[in-house]
Design a protein around this ligand. Structure first.
Ligand SMILES: [Zn+2]
Length: 164
């Protein structure tokens, strides 16, 4: 990430991967020594707050080509030869996107979909992850809380999210 010094306009670059969204950061300009603060802005975040779906579920799966693939608690990588295998689609990255299943007292609290590269050394998928609509491609800033019957497209493959 590059930030312009408000005093001398020097371009200051720094590693923003460890900085949380909306966190206030203090920087000192290496050129003029001026100290200033700014907020890391979020490009876009989709959060679906419809938690009604998660009332009493303890299992969740994706329906992929009429096959049920169950999610485990914690991180599930979608890709080739990983947790959720889709080996017959060349448009899918080896580690394509990530689905996190959170549980409390053996019930699902939420299931989150990300294509932010966190499962692949910071590199998001090549061909994208689409949520319920061909035009709705996830950016690396999106975290989507999945709802029952949501449709996710990776490569040429559709995954339907089902709570059980
Ligand atoms: Zn400066």
């Amino acid at each position: 990430m590059v930030i312009k010094c408000p005093k001398c306009s020097a371009n200051l670059s720094f590693d923003d991967l460890k900085i949380k969204e909306n966190q206030i950061i203090k920087l000192k300009c290496i050129k003029c020594k001026y100290t200033f603060s700014f907020k890391k802005k979020v490009e876009k975040t989709i959060i679906d707050n419809n938690f009604n779906n998660y009332s009493d579920n303890n299992k969740a799966y994706f329906l992929i080509n009429n096959e049920k693939i169950y999610l485990k608690e914690g991180e599930n990588i979608v890709g080739r030869n990983v947790d959720i295998n889709i080996n017959n689609d060349k448009y899918i990255s080896r580690k394509h996107c990530l689905v996190i299943l959170n549980m409390k007292n053996k019930k699902i609290t939420n299931v989150i979909l990300l294509d932010d590269g966190s499962c692949n050394n910071g590199k998001p998928s090549t061909n994208g992850t689409f949520y319920n609509n061909a035009n709705n491609r996830l950016t690396k800033y999106d975290q989507i809380i999945l709802n029952n019957n949501d449709k996710i497209r990776v490569g040429r493959t559709e995954m339907i999210f089902i709570l059980e």
